[in-house]
Design a protein around this ligand. Structure first.
Ligand code: SAM
Length: 283
């Protein structure tokens, strides 16, 4: 370890630990076998770490984004739920998603003709393709256009172009803060076709209740209809995680039309039951 070693990666009793700090109130530590990749981009500190409990992990500014052990849960839930609600998705936009896991799942739909993935940080994509193949699948589908740009800037000038927009963002701090603003959801509303729908991760119902409620409220104001679903992702604080859908027309998967895909977590009953919310979330 050098003088430049960040506070979230420290050696203790001969072991290396990554410690994620939730606003000073909660710390989650992972014992690390090896630092596989470690570079700073213009946007953030990008690391791929090999951990004992979760295998390889993408870590941005000290926060775990996805891992080889549980990354499929989040990536399947943020993609297959909206793609099961839209009856004929052809053009899909992913904002963020640099680990390529969401694009990999969207590519499982044959009727999807174009997948634009707008990621602000080229280094995240490079690192994940090379060192996190369990999540990225070393994505090389010809329908995927990777565009390195700010998602807000990209979406601002689009009009009625997409069937489904997936906002696969990091937490609302740093470059992703703007992806939680109302004006951004207004741009997405414009960028969607008349029957389009969007989804975003809306943080923890336990630890980020304000962000979750605000996200839901903003999307409902912009789209008229919002719905929320959950999944359990062990490496996200509290485990229980929320997703919010803003939709112009379709609201739920049609059980008759749900397409079976090669997935590890999502199945027909999860697609339908994930909208059943605990009482405190319904309120
Ligand atoms: N699954 C993760 C989670 O919920 O913790 C998030 C996935 S991570 C791949 C999110 C990605 O969003 C990062 O690669 C980050 O660089 C990207 N990102 C952050 N702000 C962005 C912006 N304004 N425009 C486009 N991409 C952005």
């Amino acid at each position: 370890m050098t003088q430049n070693t960040p506070a979230y990666l420290l050696e203790k009793d001969g072991n290396l630990w990554l410690t994620e700090d939730e606003h000073g109130d909660l710390k989650i530590s992972y014992r690390i076998k090896e630092v596989v990749f470690d570079q700073k981009s213009n946007f953030q500190h990008v690391m791929i770490l090999d951990s004992h409990a979760f295998g390889r992990m993408l870590v941005l500014d000290g926060i775990v984004q996805t891992t080889s052990k549980d990354g499929h849960i989040y990536n399947e839930m943020i993609t297959h739920v909206p793609l099961s609600i839209h009856p004929d998705p052809k053009r899909v936009l992913i904002i963020g998603g640099g680990d390529c896991g969401a694009a990999r799942e969207v590519a499982k739909y044959r009727q999807v003709e174009q997948i634009d993935m707008v990621e602000i940080d080229e280094l995240v994509v490079k690192a994940c393709k090379e060192y996190l193949p369990e999540v990225s699948g070393r994505l090389s589908d010809p329908r995927v256009n990777v565009i390195f740009d700010d998602g807000v800037k990209f979406a601002r000038n689009k009009e009625k172009e997409y069937d489904v927009i997936i906002v696969d963002s990091s937490d609302p701090i740093g470059p992703a803060e703007v992806l939680f603003e109302k004006s951004f959801y207004q741009s997405l509303h414009r960028a969607l076709k008349d029957d389009g729908l969007m989804v975003c991760q809306s943080q923890s119902p336990i630890f980020h209740r304000d962000v979750m409620e605000q996200t839901y409220k903003r999307i409902q104001e912009v789209f008229g209809t919002a719905s929320m679903y959950t999944a359990v992702v062990p490496t996200y604080p509290g485990g229980l995680w929320s997703f919010t859908i803003g939709t112009k027309q379709y609201t739920e998967p049609d059980p008759e039309k749900v397409q079976r895909k090669d997935t590890k977590y999502v199945n027909d009953s999860i697609l339908l039951s994930c909208f059943s919310l605990p009482a405190f979330m319904r309120k």
